[in-house]
Design a protein around this ligand. Structure first.
Ligand SMILES: [Zn+2]
Length: 97
């Protein structure tokens, strides 16, 4: 079997959420429509009650969700990570589009 051709690495440009890539465990940096940048990663379902910032309703275990936090927070990366929010995937996509 032939091996696939090498893929050229593109210049790092924020791109829409790529879950397949994010599943590798690394947060993906994305730029939303309003020009802000966030780190986004698929989130594990949690019994903790999260409220989705997109629709202000509960993010329930079993719903596909992402965690997002500001990439360039004035408070610093660790504080921004602490303030990450869980979103419904669809709500995040609508927000980021
Ligand atoms: Zn939502």
């Amino acid at each position: 079997m032939r091996r696939g051709s090498r893929r050229a690495r593109r210049a790092a440009e924020p791109r829409p959420l790529d879950l397949a890539r994010a599943r590798g465990g690394q947060p993906v940096r994305v730029r939303t429509a309003d020009g802000r940048e966030y780190f986004v990663t698929p989130a594990s379902p949690s019994p903790r009650g999260y409220v989705c910032p997109g629709c202000a309703s509960a993010v329930r275990p079993g719903q596909t969700q992402v965690a997002a936090w500001e990439a360039d927070s004035l408070l610093g990366g660790a504080a921004a990570l602490e303030m990450r929010r869980h979103w419904h995937l669809a709500c995040w996509r609508a927000f980021a589009a």
